[in-house]
Design a protein around this ligand. Structure first.
Ligand code: TRP
Length: 447
């Protein structure tokens, strides 16, 4: 298909391809690395319940809103908001997303690089030769060059795929990787559940400690995780939705994406917590859980080397399919703005993003004295992104679709039309999401 200016207009080859790419974007390091450490620090089951409620009443409505805005305009983040409401400055919400994606991907690519390092070390047997994994991790991270090298490789792979375009790049790779990733996580969970004290891990994940419900910090962690894990507020689904043909239903697609993402987080939890508990380890380790505690575990288990290969392979693949989506947001915008080719834009942005991420990596070596409130640079990125940037993007999207767009247009573009579910959707966007997010912001400033 050609657009008015003669450029090749891109579209997903099928609804199935769009769904795989969107689930690929949602399911990433957030579901495995971040979910396990945040759930571990915030009491497991109680956190999981609040997280799922946030997903249902805030996450799902915002995913529907993002896809609707994108598909309606068939354009990038900035232009899509402008198209929907040219008389008001909502395009700023699109601008925030474009800029936000630079920082998110910069930080994300660092952790993705660690995952690749561990995957390769597991393959070559280095990981299983090391007896003390906290030394393995600190030796790796304390040298400035090597982590940046792995980060660069992950960025290069992302640029290569995004440069290939929607169908031939992003959709094709997701079609190949996603089934493999699902298979791996199911195998790991099945294995973990056969361990002796697996029940302790299940209890941690599914038996709530009711006192946790009175702690605001748990709510803040849950909403931050819901935003990060779905990848909402940064126009990802808006941008992917712009390549969706008009004939596909949006609410159904959004429900599939949200269900797929949450299911993957829970199955990843089923792989991780039974193992952690059955070896008597502490789940509240913080960001190092996946890189210190789990490798230590793999050493203790029969066939641990294979488990490590599978686990870190899963992390690398899941990270990649998310990285495509984060790069695509600014790429779509700058292709339109500069008129340059997709490959040129992807390469240039990839380079800038790599440079933005590098300080987070160096925060463990040359910049290790640069901390704020006990957080190093990478932890500051993580904190600012999940607790400030994403909620800010999310609240703008919710306010726009709920109030800015006008009721008739929002209901029409999302295809809810006059259904009761459509009114429920608008209610979540108008009241539940903004109030809850605003409360979390205020509560956050008191901690
Ligand atoms: N959701 C992905 C994960 O769980 C990461 C991700 C993709 C993301 N797109 C995003 C995070 C946009 C924040 C914003 O790993």
């Amino acid at each position: 298909m050609k657009s008015a200016d003669g450029q090749e207009e891109e579209q997903w080859a099928s609804r199935h391809g769009f769904l795989l790419a969107a689930i690929g974007s949602a399911a990433g390091l957030g579901n495995i690395w971040r979910f396990s450490y945040v759930a571990g620090q915030n009491g497991g089951a109680s956190f999981l319940i609040i997280y799922l409620v946030c997903i249902l009443f805030i996450g799902l409505p915002i995913v529907i809103a993002e896809i609707s805005i994108g598909r309606n305009a068939q354009s990038d983040a900035v232009q899509a908001f402008h198209h929907a409401r040219p008389d008001q400055p909502w395009y700023l919400a699109g601008g925030l997303a474009v800029i936000g994606c630079f920082f998110i991907l910069g930080f994300y690519s660092v952790i993705a690089g660690w995952s690749l390092k561990y995957f390769i070390s597991a393959l070559t047997g280095h990981l299983s030769e090391t007896q003390d994994n906290s030394t393995f991790f600190s030796l790796f991270i304390a040298q400035p060059v090597e982590p940046i090298f792995w980060q660069a490789i992950m960025m290069a792979a992302t640029v290569a795929v995004v440069a290939g375009g929607i169908q031939k790049g992003i959709e094709a790779v997701n079609r190949f990787l996603m089934p493999i990733l699902v298979l791996i996580v199911v195998i790991l969970a099945a294995y973990s559940l056969t361990l002796d004290d697996a029940g302790l891990g299940l209890a941690f994940l599914f038996t709530p400690d009711w006192s946790a419900f009175t702690r605001p910090a748990v709510y803040i962690a849950a909403i931050g995780q819901a935003f990060f894990s779905l990848g909402i507020g940064m126009a990802i689904f808006l941008t992917y939705g712009a390549y969706l043909p008009k004939s596909h239903s949006i609410p159904g697609a959004a429900a599939t994406i949200v269900a797929g993402d949450s299911l993957l987080a829970i199955v990843a939890g089923l792989a991780i917590f039974p193992a952690v508990f059955s070896f008597g380890l502490n789940p509240a380790q913080g960001p190092e859980l996946a890189f210190i505690t789990l490798p230590e575990l793999f050493l203790l288990m029969p066939g641990g080397r294979w488990l490590a290969i599978l686990f870190f392979g899963l992390l690398v693949g899941a990270a990649l399919t998310s990285m495509f989506s984060i790069l695509e947001v600014p790429v779509a915008y700058f292709i339109r703005k500069t008129g340059r080719s997709r490959s040129t834009v992807a390469l240039a942005l990839g380079l800038i993003i790599f440079l933005l991420g590098a300080p987070a990596s160096l925060g463990y070596s040359v910049f290790d004295s640069a901390t704020m409130g006990g957080r190093n640079i990478l932890e500051l990125y993580d904190y600012a992104i999940s607790n400030l940037l994403l909620p800010l993007g999310g609240i703008s999207t919710a306010l726009f679709a709920g109030w800015g767009w006008t009721k008739a247009k929002a209901l029409g573009a999302s295809e809810f039309n006059d259904k009761l579910s459509g009114r429920l959707w608008l209610f979540c966007l108008r009241f539940i999401a903004p109030i809850f997010i605003a409360w979390a912001f205020i509560a956050l400033s008191f901690f």
